[in-house]
Design a binder for this molecule. Structure first.
Ligand SMILES: C[S@@+](CC[C@H](N)C(=O)[O-])C[C@H]1O[C@@H](n2cnc3c(N)ncnc32)[C@H](O)[C@@H]1O
Length: 257
């Protein structure tokens, strides 16, 4: 898959960071000493944790060199680790194991989620936010464009690149382990300049596997043109000329007694 592009990702930094603010605000762990931010990206979610718990030792972990170097450029005093969540092992436990908008890129949540919960110290919590917009018109349009006979045969891997589990799955996995479990979904409405902005939003995240599957720049442009045309149809302009696009997200916090 193509490398992560921190600049592209941070084009919508306010909107992309809001769920980590909302998640961190709800974590009922008073004075965590040690926190890990899994899939920390350019450090935006880690910074949210630093403001919420200024006294804690916080580690940001990501498998992208580009993201880790962007994070250490922006926050040189932070502690940054280049590692893959799927294989990462920690010799120490954390009071908060936090992950915002990253675990969808890691497979096998049946085993991953209990493994991450096992890293939570007594009195701590595993706090996670994941996208859950996979039934939205926006995502359906991506799948329909991917089904174009011109490139349909290249798209199998892209279609399964993200883990898409419902909230009830996380309930079943964590209920036997956690002393308390909070789960919820929120639909954020983003007011952006136009359908091109919706496309730009996904270019930085969910479209990456689909664009990477295409051989040439010309095919990538055609894919984007087709998607843009569809987004123009499904996102009517508001009175101020902007378009509102809904983005559903799933949250859970599992506490250890
Ligand atoms: C959408 S960004 C989220 C960044 C940040 N946490 C935020 O709240 O905006 C997803 C991040 O997860 C990272 N990521 C994806 N798969 C990963 C893996 N297997 N191990 C570690 N990081 C991973 C990517 O490199 C990327 O920086």
């Amino acid at each position: 898959m193509t490398a992560w592009d921190a600049g592209q990702y941070m084009k919508f930094s306010g909107e992309r960071t809001q769920p980590s603010i909302d998640l961190a605000a709800k974590v009922a762990v008073l004075k965590p000493e040690r926190i890990v931010d899994l899939g920390c990206g350019p450090g935006n979610s880690t910074e949210v944790l630093r403001s919420r718990w200024p006294g804690a030792e916080i580690v940001g972990l990501d498998s992208s060199e580009e993201m880790i170097s962007a994070a250490s450029r922006s926050f040189s005093e932070g502690k940054w680790v280049l590692a893959d969540i799927a294989s990462w092992e920690s010799p120490v436990l954390f009071d908060v194991v936090f992950s915002n908008a990253a675990l969808q890129w890691v497979p096998n949540h049946e085993s991953l989620i209990p493994r991450l919960f096992a890293l939570v110290a007594s009195g701590g919590a595993l706090a996670v936010q994941l996208p859950s917009h996979f039934k939205s018109a926006m995502h359906r349009e991506i799948l329909e464009v991917a089904d174009d006979p011109a490139w349909r045969h290249l798209m199998d891997k892209a279609k399964t690149a993200m883990t898409k589990k419902p909230l009830s799955f996380y309930y079943d996995v964590l209920r036997p382990l956690a002393s308390r479990l909070d789960l919820w979904e929120t639909e954020y409405y983003h007011a952006v300049e136009g359908p091109e902005s919706v496309l730009a939003w996904f270019r930085g995240t969910g479209l990456r596997p689909f664009l990477s599957a295409l051989g040439s720049e010309e095919q990538k442009s055609r894919f984007e043109e087709k998607l843009l045309e569809r987004y123009g149809r499904i996102f009517p302009r508001q009175a101020d000329g902007r378009v509102l696009f809904p983005f559903r997200r799933l949250f859970f916090i599992a506490y250890r007694a």
